[in-house]
Ligand binder design. Sequence first.
Ligand SMILES: Cc1cc2nc3c(=O)[nH]c(=O)nc-3n(C[C@H](O)[C@H](O)[C@H](O)COP(=O)(O)OP(=O)(O)OC[C@H]3O[C@@H](n4cnc5c(N)ncnc54)[C@H](O)[C@@H]3O)c2cc1C
Length: 570
Amino acid sequence: MPEPGNNAYYDVDVDVIVVGAGPIGLTTACALGHHGVQFRLFEEKPKPKPYSRANNVWARPQELLDSIGVRAALAEKSYLIEKQTVLLDGRPLDQVPLDQVRSPFPKVFYSGQDVIETTLSEQVAKTGGAVERGKKVVDIQPDEHGVSVTVVPLNGDGEPDGQAEHLRCRYLVGADGDKGGVRKAVGLDFEMQERFEGRANRSIDAKLTWRRPTDSDQLWFFVYHNGFAGVMPVWGGYHRIFFLEDDTGMPDRDPTLEEMQQHAREVTGDETLTLSDPVWFSHNRFQYGVAPHYAAGRVFLAGDAGHHTLPIGGQGMNAGMTDGIGLAWRLAMALEGSAGDAVLGSYDGERHGQHADLSDNQATGMRRLVYRNRAEDLALDVAGKVVPDLGSKLFGSNDLQQLSVGYRKSLLSEDHLVGLRELLRSDAPHAGDRAPDAKVTAADGKTLGLFTYIYNPDGRSWGWSLLAFDGRQAEVRADLLAAVEAAAPWDFIRPRLVLAAPADPDIGHGELTVLSDFDEGAHAAYGLDGLPALILVRPDGHIAFRGPANRPELLKAYCEKVFAALGRPA
Ligand SMILES: Cc1cc2nc3c(=O)[nH]c(=O)nc-3n(C[C@H](O)[C@H](O)[C@H](O)COP(=O)(O)OP(=O)(O)OC[C@H]3O[C@@H](n4cnc5c(N)ncnc54)[C@H](O)[C@@H]3O)c2cc1C
């Protein structure tokens, strides 16, 4: 291995090494490939596990997966879910629509983690990358300039077999799951939090017949004294049935088909319920924990490597996918020499913060769910009738679809539109929040969502977007053009004028994207009715900067602060 002082120490074999090809390592690799980053992805297991675990993908992760071009492939092997029925002691509460969210992808994917991993592996190959299976990362040595990594090939029994490879990379992503060694190697290990005493989880994936529909278009949840059960589709015509409940008398082993069928009949009140062809059984108890940080120097954690999640609300894999995609564009920018320190530096605060919040919410939801008393059941019954609180009561969050995930305190978030008006419009998306979609009309008369202009950039896969809103004031056009000019040195910023006032046909001389927002739907979505403003959007669709349209110098100062100094060699 090269030593400091030796020139080879500063050379690298590959820009990024990803450890672990679970769903998060694979998503990270897809995103790196999408951005044209050179990487190697190592997985110690010879092939993906042949059963599910995580089987859902919520709306926000779907938006992000779409931004790296892999959502459509996942959709081909997913059931699209729109509704869930919740029953309390066998009595249906109001039906809860899942798809009443403002996203181009409101329907939840239900697939299988094995299917998702296979599909993502195919997508890695499509970007020219490879999943190197049967190779275990056994040592990592990070330093100021890169990371030295030792990889050992394994035989079919998981024993070392062959020559170790010594590699050097600029950055390393630990996507090696909750038992992985990367976080320990860089001092980010964590202790598990409380166990939920007296409670356990049992699951089965099997074929199901019962008196309720078996169409794979909805979820069923059963709330009963000291317990909570779910029935949900798994790709291939299977269903997952799980019970989170009192463990009194429960054997400390996987359940049998007969035990699960009998218990499912009792809980669902359906004596005809029949399970067959089981593909997976599991039993576990509840522990959780989060790493103290998601980054240490040039090493980053993604997914379960930094967070042992609770099995509530189907969030773990979804949050991990957001990590991988959020990290990949930052690495791409850094490797191209366009990122200032804040770009990579913000990953830890944003994603660690998100996982810490998720962990707290899940623990709260879990306590409420598995230690309910009768009074709380009554409250749940009431909550079922006023739907907005039901998710919080059941899962610790009313935003299972992860659309409200935002980073207002991020190093990348800067907001100059604060004041009385903002207090009045506190629901308007601020810097750090997800930039909403809204219909706009292009010069050719086609009406498309703003997402088209934010996520599917022309040329640079990690481009930023400057949305310059006129606030229906034609006289601010010169300000908007001055802002475009101010951002011009950073050629990865793509300007889009969003105009509510009638447009001068010559504006931008055909070189600018001019979007008509004649009925002000986009202005309203951004809380900008009558307010000319500049909104800079990051590659992952979060608002980075908000400022008044007549202060282009604020935008310029933001760019100078966040991006690499202009003219710096890559
Ligand atoms: C029963 C169950 C149900 C779940 N249901 C849901 C759900 O409905 N929704 C949801 O979002 N999440 C769910 N989850 C959570 C979800 O499964 C995890 O969040 C997800 O697997 C995390 O993916 P990962 O890639 O981070 O880690 P993993 O899936 O653990 O993958 C890590 C990979 O790294 C490899 N590896 C480790 N060390 C090395 C090394 N040194 N060298 C090379 N390779 C290495 C491992 O072999 C493994 O393949 C569930 C989990 C369980 C257990």
